[in-house]
Design a protein around this ligand. Structure first.
Ligand code: FMN
Length: 192
């Protein structure tokens, strides 16, 4: 099973990328499962702002292999997702997201982190058809956590364990959903 953590800050360096690395390490060392986890730092792709000419094959979207599940690490920027994440969706397209589970992780240097997840849940899945699982993680005051370089707090560890197990369970279950549904017909290509 392949899981891709998508760090979606357009800052370099960024707390989101540091947190993505910490999460990867934590999951690999603490959750007993047979999966491969990669990190995609969106800012490294150097994608232009999407338009019809930009969607030719000259740009990599960073998702070359078949991914079973995603973890989106999303910083709170003015109560919204950063533009780089929405822009990236256009380069990936619906085929890679089609009925794949996504665990959302909000990030804030203060007390926020939740509105971008609300935005994604409400407005991202109509055409791309990713499946945001019901659980999510929110990392408030993220710099404090990053300064410790480890995830020690038991409650947080329990939440990460539960969210990851849920993501894996959805990933297994949604495989049969994809094979049962096949490709969407051209009349409902753009969602309903
Ligand atoms: C343009 C911008 C707007 C922001 N707006 C908010 C906000 O409305 N609420 C909040 O909690 N944090 C806000 N932040 C702080 C980010 O949540 C914080 O920088 C977080 O650690 C993500 O950092 P990163 O971009 O380094 O990954 C904002 C940051 C930026 C750069």
């Amino acid at each position: 099973m392949k899981i891709k953590i998508v760090s979606s800050s357009q800052n370099k360096p960024s707390s989101s990328f540091e947190l993505s690395k910490l999460l990867k390490e934590y999951i690999e060392n603490n959750i007993d499962n047979n999966f491969e986890i990669g990190i995609l730092n969106l800012v490294d792709l150097g994608l232009p702002f999407w338009d019809f000419s930009a969607c030719s094959e000259q740009y990599s979207n960073g998702v070359e292999e078949e991914i079973d599940a995603f973890i989106f690490v999303v910083p709170d920027w003015n109560g919204m997702m950063p533009p780089i994440l929405k822009n990236w969706f256009y380069f990936v397209g619906s085929a890679q997201f089609y009925h794949k589970p996504v665990l959302l992780c909000g990030v804030s240097s203060g007390e926020g982190g939740h509105y971008p997840l609300v935005e994604l849940r409400a407005f991202a899945a109509k055409n791309f058809r990713m499946n945001f699982i019901p659980e999510n993680l929110i990392f408030k005051n993220v710099k404090e956590l990053l300064s410790t370089k480890t995830i020690k707090e038991n409650k947080l560890r329990e939440r990460i364990n539960h969210c990851t197990r849920t993501l894996v369970a959805y990933s297994k279950a949604l495989k049969s959903v994809r094979s049962e549904l096949g490709e969407p017909s051209s009349t409902i290509k753009y969602g309903i």
